[in-house]
Design a protein around this ligand. Structure first.
Ligand code: UGA
Length: 448
């Protein structure tokens, strides 16, 4: 399929690269722009710098088809019809959003707008607090180009909802598309682009203001994090009730169409590059705007205390952790990624180390990244069997499929003391208890 559209994507992080490659796979002519030379080198060698299912394969295809190229030369943007900003928006120390990369991207785009052949549409895809497109991006673009938004070029807010580990799928099959702008012509152009990409059936497209589009992204992530903290709160109640099990409770409430079954898996808490940063940014933004968002603060606080559960269970089972070996299965913040950012494994392992335990960990994808976090304060196993060898307790921190397949007898035979703490509810408690394993699980009440 040949397309008339030419696209620039500023920022080839996980979101930008997945977005760029999926546009290119649809036949659009895409240039990815990023100043990071080592990142560019890997991409040009047709290797995705991130562990993301299908990304390598798609990258190879679009480079071969010449629908995608990566460069640090931002002047190439002059040839594009659309300039997407997909740079990261990390947290400052006090939790507020850091817009430095967004401003840099806006400067580069503004600097190339004078040479642009057509009236370009600038699209802010990065997660930014309400008012950023209007009060930060627009003035920078106008100052750099000497042109006027809404007349000489267009500006839209278009948040992304890609999950790590399924970013390529999500980019191709979004639940909905949100477009915010002041001018109807910008909205019409971006809608036309998405209708072409998602032909024949586009998902629902919500057209709204910049500020609504920006807040939708935060409200979305905060709601999902709230669902997880909510079920973790119910799990903590269930642990005090004989014969109660949060899994059955989650199933029961998830069958209510108004609630739905997703994001109700109780565990040691949520992490990653998005929820922690976005909830903190939303809280900081809201307070500055004059409202203390107590509900969202509680969501964060429940999550902070949830990671302590692993230590509490280990202490209950062993009394003291001095000179005990703890095995950790799973380090990444969730399965199918090597991402250690704000991973729950970090507070879990640090709490065990602080109590004198020695820790050996295994993860199918995140060992190298974990080394950067823990260095040689912990041991790294080559596989899950080696990890639990002679351990006094084992904590399941990330629910990788290969851990789900482990049998109770494997733990029984290899561990020094068969104590299993199921921090992600992947095992059938009865099977473990039946063979004499001391079994703890988030949200499982006592069986008496
Ligand atoms: C999240 C959102 O799901 C995406 O829609 C959004 O685009 C992205 O943030 C972003 O802002 O860029 P992601 O961070 O990849 O995506 O991870 P999720 O799959 O949402 O999981 C977040 C955390 O919640 C993980 O630590 C996961 O283990 C935890 N979780 C999730 C639970 O503990 N229980 C659940 O039932 C679901």
């Amino acid at each position: 399929m040949g397309s008339k559209y030419r696209i620039s994507v500023f920022g080839l992080g996980p979101v930008g690269l997945a977005t760029a490659v999926c546009f290119a796979k649809k036949g659009l002519s895409v240039v990815g722009i990023d100043p990071d030379k080592s990142r560019l080198e890997e991409i040009r060698e047709r290797r995705a710098p991130y562990f993301e299912p299908n990304l390598d394969e798609y990258l190879k295809e679009v480079i071969k088809n010449e629908t995608f190229m990566a460069t640090d030369d931002y002047s190439t943007n002059a040839q594009s019809d659309f300039a997407f900003i997909t740079v990261g928006t990390p947290s400052n120390e006090e939790g507020t959003i850091n817009l430095a990369s967004v401003k840099d991207a806006a400067r580069m785009i503004g600097g190339s707008l004078n040479a642009a052949e057509n009236s370009q549409l600038v699209v802010v895809k990065s997660t930014v607090t309400p008012g950023t497109a209007r009060n930060t991006v627009k003035p920078v673009l106008e100052a750099e180009s000497g042109k006027t938004a809404g007349i000489d070029f267009g500006l839209c807010s278009n948040p992304e909802f890609l999950r790590e580990g399924s970013a390529v799928y999500d980019a191709q099959f979004p639940d909905r598309i949100v477009i915010g702008s002041d001018d109807t012509e910008s909205i019409r152009k971006l809608e036309a682009l998405y209708r072409e990409i998602h032909t024949p059936t586009a998902p629902p497209i919500l057209k709204t203001t910049h500020e609504n589009a920006e807040l939708i992204k935060y409200a979305n992530n905060a709601f999902l994090a709230m669902k997880v903290s909510y079920i973790n709160c119910i799990a903590n109640i269930a642990e005090h009730i004989p014969y109660a099990d949060v899994r059955a409770i989650a199933q029961g409430i998830g069958l209510d169409n108004r609630i739905g079954p997703q994001f109700l898996n109780a565990g040691l808490g949520w992490g990653g590059s998005c929820f922690p940063k976005d909830l903190n940014a939303l809280i900081a933004y809201s307070k500055r705007a004059g409202y203390v968002p107590e509900l969202i603060e509680a969501v964060v606080e429940i999550n902070r205390t949830q990671a302590r559960k692993a230590l509490e269970f280990a202490l209950d089972a062993l009394g003291s952790l001095e000179k005990r070996k703890a095995a950790i299965l799973g380090l990444a913040f969730k399965p199918y990624t090597n991402d250690m950012r704000e991973a729950v494994s970090i507070p879990v392992i640090n709490s065990l180390l602080a109590k004198g335990a020695s820790v050996t960990a295994y993860d199918p994808a995140a060992i190298e990244d974990a080394r950067k976090v823990f260095g040689n304060t912990i041991g790294y196993a080559k596989n899950s069997f080696e990890c639990i060898e002679q351990a006094d307790c084992c904590v399941i921190v990330t629910e990788w499929d290969e851990f789900k397949r482990m049998q109770p007898k494997t733990f029984l035979e290899r561990m020094r003391q068969p104590i299993v703490i199921d921090g992600r509810r992947i095992y059938d408690a009865a099977e473990f208890l039946h063979v004499g394993i001391k079994f703890y699980a988030i949200g499982l009440g006592p069986a008496k």
